[in-house]
Ligand binder design. Structure first.
Ligand code: HEM
Length: 244
């Protein structure tokens, strides 16, 4: 909604609605993104630390365990060498996020047998960081927008309007990355700690059949996705209509 308001404001059309869309979108977005980080994201992290400590270690690219665990903001997990390359860290922050204390011990991947590690540590690490990174970006961007709006100048602040407009795909990306984080972190288990994903295949369904169904669903979702985009863009282009 904020992005649509920003688009109208940048294009100098539907001025009243643009201001309304910006105000409602920015306030709702700011409240939601703060809630997503705290208490919900924070609570999820504590639950993952309790029930899936291997998943947490992989999300953070943490190979060695120990106390006062740092939160890795940036870096590339190097699984063969079991280390995080080029890290930028906040000391103690992972211990705090996981257990509420800056000195708590957070186990690393090396504390667990390799057979129980998630299969795709790199993708899991990046999915988690994209989600949490975008969450942080939403808070920063929407706080800035809210401050400018309180001063009554948001619909004339073109750099901020451009940022709000171009940020429109990010919530979709963050949601998908969050889902990927959950799904990748529970691997290699289908039922956590009980049944492995590899043992969950059905002997009576051929691989070709599964592939065929997958292609069918992908095609269906592609069509639905394109239709969604087409309809949304058409409605935005038509703009708000005055009621009769
Ligand atoms: C700084 C902010 C954030 C933190 C600390 C955070 C933390 C987490 C954690 C720890 C998980 C659980 C992963 C697991 O169960 O293995 C999770 C899942 C998820 N997150 Fe975030 N998150 C943040 C921001 C966001 C944002 C901005 C979005 C979307 C707009 C988002 C969407 C999701 C979704 C959809 C899931 C999957 C839930 C499920 O399927 O159970 N997160 N998040």
């Amino acid at each position: 909604m904020a992005a649509v308001g920003a688009y109208y404001a940048l294009d100098h059309k539907h001025r009243d609605q643009a201001r309304l869309f910006l105000r409602v979108g920015v306030v709702a977005g700011l409240v939601s993104s703060v809630l997503v980080a705290f208490p919900t994201g924070d609570r999820q992290a504590k639950l993952v630390a309790e029930y899936q400590p291997i998943g947490l270690a992989a999300m953070e690219g943490r190979f060695e365990g120990g106390g006062a665990a740092a939160l890795n903001m940036i870096g590339q997990p190097n699984v063969p060498l079991r280390r995080l390359d080029n890290p930028i860290r906040i000391p103690g922050a992972l211990s705090f996020l996981a257990y509420g204390q800056f000195h708590s011990n957070v186990r690393g991947l090396d504390d667990f047998p390799v057979a129980t590690w998630p299969d795709n540590i790199e993708l899991l690490y990046y999915a988690f960081h994209v989600m949490a990174g975008l969450g942080t970006l939403f808070i920063l961007l929407l706080t800035m927008a809210a401050v400018v709006d309180v001063r009554g100048r948001l619909d004339r602040n073109r750099p901020l309007l451009w940022m709000l407009m171009l940020a429109f795909p990010f919530p979709y990306i963050a949601t998908t990355a969050g889902w990927m984080t959950t799904e990748l972190a529970r691997q290699p288990w289908l039922i956590y700690g009980v049944m492995r994903t590899a043992d969950g295949t059905s002997p009576s369904v051929a691989a070709g059949t599964v592939l065929f169904t997958l292609i069918g669903f992908s095609g269906l979702y592609l069509v639905l996705g394109l239709l969604f985009l087409f309809l949304i863009v058409r409605e935005i282009d038509r703009g708000p209509m005055s009621r009769g």
